[in-house]
Design a protein around this ligand. Sequence first.
Ligand SMILES: Nc1ncnc2c1ncn2[C@@H]1O[C@H](COP(=O)(O)OP(=O)(O)OP(=O)(O)O)[C@@H](O)[C@H]1O
Length: 258
Amino acid sequence: MTPVIDTHNLIQYYGSTRILQGINLSVAPGQVVGYIGPNGAGKSTTIKTLIGLLPDFQGEVSVLGLDLRTQAMEIKRRIGYVPENAALYDLLTPMEYLNFVGQLYELDSTAVERKALELLRLFSLEYQANDRMTTFSKGMRQKVLLISGLLHNPDLVFLDEPLSGLDANAVVLVKQIIRQLADSGKTVFYSSHIMDVVEKISDRVIIINSGEIIADGSFTELQAQRETGSSLEQLFGQLTGSDGQNTTAEEFIHTLNQ
Ligand SMILES: Nc1ncnc2c1ncn2[C@@H]1O[C@H](COP(=O)(O)OP(=O)(O)OP(=O)(O)O)[C@@H](O)[C@H]1O
């Protein structure tokens, strides 16, 4: 089966700083891949590279069987992307914004209208469908962004911190949506700092630290390499050298009290 994401020695720079140190990834269709790592590890940079936003990479990358260097436009048509800090055109209403996104993907406008309204309803936003988004909370904006990234029914979805700002009900819904997308053969590649969610919904967990993959496998496989019974949060701490947060918290309070 052709992998939906295939990278060989992917290296990425910002200016003269090497951010990704040679990423090798092969992702099969229908997987939910949780891509986790400490702040600044290179998660967003990886995602931005894979979707063609940072074209000056080194190494070989294919997405949906297409070469990222020469077929980026075709790839962009077929993937969905929900960025971490997206700029919404918040003078628009959700319906106007989703219609605009539908036009970018050259979707039928009547179908988009119907679909957008239904998806907004499922996210409990039907009464705000025609309100300007200037007054929207972070979570309400995030819901509109999630819909906009999925509206064209992509085969592969990249989600950068998809649960950011969502309330508990919406988190449950998005978790189910991710699972059901994968069950229908689609692939979800997402980054998140919410370890218990990653632990529950990922078929595969990839941990990146300082631009390098340091662990890759199902949660059970990662657990087997370490202490049995560890949560993903504990494994993450052990692998990225950030356990001992109790001591750090004590030092923090001690410094405040000085
Ligand atoms: N536009 C940019 N210009 C220069 N350096 C950048 C830029 N964006 C990110 N970086 C740097 O690249 C490194 C990786 O950043 P990236 O955003 O990929 O990390 P991340 O793993 O997504 O982090 P977080 O969990 O904090 O979102 C960091 O050192 C960051 O400072």
